[in-house]
Design a protein around this ligand. Structure first.
Ligand SMILES: O=C(O)CCC(=O)C(=O)O
Ligand SMILES: [Fe+2]
Length: 271
């Protein structure tokens, strides 16, 4: 695993709000990730979030057009909580360190992991921000996106709007049918040229959760599989949004409480 970041890579991330790393996993590691994620998904029997009775593809109450959204990607969250192999992969301190270095913070917690599979003929992922969905508000929160298949122009690779994170806020649009909805909130980016992130399987990208990003449709009869993880810098507090937190935990939380429950948001790296 190629986890050493150069000064230039960190600077590039901090300038643009994303970073592409082409040779992140070697062939053996890629196979390990693929097997772990495939097994973990099979074990779930379609349960999207542990402890919550939502099936993949079902209306989750978050997205306004459930049928369209179910054909954007299959989304399974927190596989680390139900599969030991995925847990081992996700708890790797070296990846936590990369996230911390890019964000410029001392400690990193997992917000949630997420398998994102575009099925054959999947809809595009419209431009959106991530952090405004989450239960904390941190301009430095970020995600890793690891390609388990080649991510190509044909099958729905990611695109980023460079430097957009510097001007976006916690206002967002759902991942709906219209690619251009986000520009109703951020019209200044309507003419920005996106950067395309084509990746060979085993490559990865990091993006700031306030970077405007999206993905194309899958115009192929094959899958576009990705394993991702969203990270919360240590010390963040509850902002009142439920997002994917379990009800029993939510019942104990008041706005302003520190999110430091290791069973939900494990600290995977500290300087
Ligand atoms: O994989 C996709 O289509 C979208 C990924 C994404 O939005 C993310 O990882 O934040
Ligand atoms: Fe996203």
């Amino acid at each position: 695993m190629n986890t050493e970041l150069s000064k230039q890579q960190i600077e590039s991330y901090q300038q643009n709000g994303f970073l592409v790393i082409e040779d992140f996993l070697n062939a053996e590691e890629l196979e390990e990730w693929r097997v772990a994620v495939t097994v973990a998904i099979a074990e779930r029997n379609g349960i999207k979030i542990p402890g919550q009775n939502i099936q993949v593809g079902m209306d989750d109450g978050i997205n306004e057009d459930a049928e369209y959204f179910s054909k954007v990607f299959d989304q399974l969250l927190n596989l680390w909580q139900t599969n030991e192999q995925v847990k081992k992969i996700m708890f790797d301190e070296r990846i936590g360190k990369m996230a911390a270095q890019l964000a410029g913070v001392d400690g990193i917690r997992i917000w949630h992991d997420q398998a994102l599979f575009k099925k054959p003929w999947a809809n595009p992922t419209s431009w959106h921000l991530d952090t405004p969905f989450w239960s904390f508000s941190d301009r430095k929160a970020l995600s890793i996106w690891v390609a388990l298949d080649d991510a190509t122009l044909e099958n729905g690779c990611l695109y980023f709007l460079p430097e957009s994170f510097k001007e976006t806020s916690f206002d967002n649009k759902p991942i709906g049918k219209n690619m251009d909805s986000i520009f109703e909130i951020y019209p200044q980016f309507k003419k920005t040229r996106p950067v395309v992130s084509k990746l060979k399987a085993g490559g990865c990208s990091f993006h700031n959760g306030l970077t405007i990003h999206g993905a194309g449709p899958n115009m192929t009869p094959g899958y576009r599989r990705a394993m991702t993880c969203a990270y919360m810098p240590e010390g963040n507090v509850f902002n009142g949004k439920a997002n994917i937190l379990p009800q029993a935990y939510l019942d104990t939380l008041t706005i302003g409480d520190v999110l430091d429950n290791d069973a939900q948001n494990p600290l995977i790296y500290h300087k």
